[in-house]
Design a protein around this ligand. Structure first.
Ligand SMILES: Cc1cc2nc3c(=O)[nH]c(=O)nc-3n(C[C@H](O)[C@H](O)[C@H](O)COP(=O)(O)OP(=O)(O)OC[C@H]3O[C@@H](n4cnc5c(N)ncnc54)[C@H](O)[C@@H]3O)c2cc1C
Ligand code: FES
Length: 256
């Protein structure tokens, strides 16, 4: 699949290092799917959809910094939508988001509400200044917020908010965020793993199931093609939360 050209229509600041880029293309994605964003002359990187025609990006390195230099009217290349996306199931659902990983869940929650589902959200951020999409999540239903530094909501990581909830009340759980935050929740809630859909990140190169860069030990799941949404019971005995491979394919530590 060759990239198509897209013009950035609008750039919105969401938090100190997080911006939403509105594109002039609605690629009709399913929440949880992603696109490969080509910032010409710099890199091509994976990004989840935070809406039908938006991506919400945290500036962390060369490509995202180059994107943050772009204004309305700039052009980028897009390949997508790619991957499987979340499957909506049941009547009552719980969204568990961490940092910028909350963005695809806001999109999912809006689709779920429109389909008549009851939505509860548990969101973890580093601090009050890092909170994104509070209004969007509040419009969906009950919301619990945690901050690592205690500057807003419950003090602690997202898992600190679990004590406010009974996970047996939910037909399906959806989670997206930094790997160690997701692993913290998934490993504490093993009995719910079969009904937990996790949107995970690995190092993507081809995003077409060919290069093997994103493969997850031990099953060898190609996250770019068979994911990025994987049911948590398939993650429990995998490399997830233990190690991950970088650009060279060498094992490294998981972040966040
Ligand atoms: C399916 C998927 C969805 C994602 N959705 C979002 C999102 O909605 N918002 C968001 O801010 N970020 C998202 N990311 C992460 C985003 O792709 C990286 O932050 C981005 O690639 C960093 O590039 P950089 O050049 O700015 O930073 P670099 O300095 O190159 O890298 C910083 C870190 O970003 C990660 N990274 C870099 N290149 C890639 C790559 N090709 N594939 C995967 N990870 C990479 C690495 O772990 C690296 O340590 C997603 C990643 C994946 C795999
Ligand atoms: S990124 Fe190449 S196989 Fe997944």
């Amino acid at each position: 699949m060759r990239p198509i050209n897209s013009i950035i229509r609008e750039v919105r600041s969401e938090a100190r290092l997080i911006r939403t880029f509105c594109l002039d293309r609605d690629l009709s994605p399913t929440p949880g799917q992603y696109l490969m964003l080509w910032i010409r002359g710099v890199d091509e990187i994976p990004m989840s959809f935070s809406g039908p025609d938006t991506i919400t990006v945290q500036s962390v390195g060369q490509a995202t910094e180059a994107l943050f230099e772009m204004k309305a009217g700039s052009s980028v290349g897009l390949r997508g939508p790619l991957g499987n996306g979340f499957a909506l199931r049941g009547e009552r659902i719980l969204l568990i988001g961490g940092g910028v990983g909350s963005a695809p869940l806001a999109f999912l929650g809006e689709r779920a509400l429109a389909a008549g589902l009851s939505v509860t959200s548990l969101l973890g951020f580093r601090s009050k200044d890092d909170i994104i999409f509070q209004d969007r999540f509040q419009a969906l239903g009950d919301i619990i917020i945690t901050t690592d530094d205690g500057s807003y909501g419950i003090a602690g990581r997202a898992s600190a908010g679990l004590k406010e909830l009974s996970l047996f009340d939910y037909d399906q759980i959806y989670i997206c965020g930094p790997e160690m935050m997701m692993w913290d929740v998934i490993s504490r809630t093993r009995e719910h793993a079969a009904k937990t859909q996790a949107c995970i990140n690995r190092y993507f190169k081809c995003a077409a199931g060919i290069c093997g860069s994103c493969c997850l030990d031990r099953e060898g799941i190609r996250v770019c093609l068979e994911g990025p949404v994987i049911t948590a019971d398939r993650l429990l005995e995998s490399e997830f939360g233990r190690y991950r491979r970088g650009p060279s394919g060498e094992k490294g530590t998981c972040r966040g």
